[in-house]
Write a protein that binds this ligand. Structure first.
Ligand code: CAA
Length: 282
């Protein structure tokens, strides 16, 4: 697999684009709307990251230029026709995802694998709108993608072993450690991590400790690299809320009920780093 289509322009999509381009894959980054006057605008965040790494002497300017030249920006799904693998990293909306997968199924060559970076939605349901459910799979990366080693590889009910093996292989080729996970709400990491963040929000709302002390406590007491509230800001409070809502809806267990403070902050657009305000200011 050499030609990789990546859908989206958010943090996750950009990270996935970066790691494939760094390993010399031919990357087509699909964005819904293109800035006609400056089509390369979408890769600017990657340029900034690589530029910083050059300044720090962690990569060379030559490698940065090669990486950037491996990325082509497209906004016509038809351009993805010949891709060997497509990784979708657009918004966490089942209907939008289904619409895109249906189109991709009609457009792409027969053996293209269609992967989704969904953080909690059903792979089987997405696959069901295609005529290639054996070639639809979950490939779940973690934020920040270039630094986080894990990829959860999730088979839907009809995903073939061959598709799974190919995704495991390519995940290793881009320097990740794949873990095979059965389809279940939140898979493994988010089913543990997001309720933990939700609990931290509850602790804050109850006035048990300040946000700084909650984060410090988990850093020093549980050896987490960052505290749960700072992590929520990194992930995005909207993403955390959406995952809690999926867990609650799927399991029907009140232990997964999103804390009202989390919902209130999302309604107020305090989404974390992306809106420059969450539990902290950026
Ligand atoms: N590409 C390559 N290298 C990069 C980079 C990039 N995009 N961005 C930063 N780096 C390098 C930096 O240059 C830096 O190198 P030096 O220290 O040598 O200068 C190094 O990586 C570390 O950068 P930082 O100093 O910023 O990082 P840190 O040591 O403070 O760690 C962290 C940052 C990795 C985010 C760490 O705090 C951490 O692991 N936090 C937890 C993250 C986590 O849990 N993520 C999962 C979220 S859940 C999820 O994503 C799933 C979902 O569906 C919601």
């Amino acid at each position: 697999m050499r030609k990789i289509g990546i859908l989206g322009r958010g943090t996750m999509a950009l990270g996935i684009v970066q790691i494939f381009a760094e390993k010399e894959y031919e990357v087509l980054m699909w964005v819904r709307s293109l800035d006609e006057t400056n089509p390369r605008q979408s890769v600017k965040p990657i340029e900034r990251v690589l530029d910083r790494l050059v300044q720090k002497g962690k990569t060379t300017e030559e490698h940065m230029n090669i990486t950037l030249s491996n990325i082509e920006i497209v906004n016509d799904l038809n351009s993805l026709r010949d891709c060997d693998l497509i990784i979708e990293a657009i918004s966490e909306d089942m209907e939008i995802k289904k619409g895109i997968f249906k189109k991709l199924d009609n457009i792409c060559k027969e053996n293209t694998i269609l992967a989704t970076n969904t953080s909690s939605l059903s792979i089987s349901e997405i696959a069901n709108v295609t005529r290639r459910s054996d070639k639809v799979i979950g490939m779940h990366f973690f934020n920040p993608v270039p630094l986080m080693k894990l990829v959860e590889v999730i088979k839907g009910i009809a995903t073939s072993d061959e598709t799974k093996e190919r995704i495991i292989k390519i995940s290793k080729e881009v320097g990740k450690t794949p873990v095979e996970v059965q389809e279940a709400p939140g898979f493994v990491v988010n089913r543990i991590l997001i309720p933990m963040i939700n609990e931290a929000v509850g602790i804050l709302a109850d006035g048990v400790a300040t946000k700084e002390d909650i984060d410090e406590a988990m850093k020093l007491g549980a050896n987490h690299p960052m505290g749960p509230l700072a992590l929520a800001d990194l992930i995005g409070l909207d993403v955390c809320l959406a995952i809690m809502d999926v867990l609650y809806k799927e399991f029907g267990d009140t232990k997964y009920r999103a804390h009202p403070l989390l919902r209130k902050m999302v309604r107020g657009n305090l989404l974390g780093r992306k809106t420059k305000r969450g539990f902290y200011q950026y």
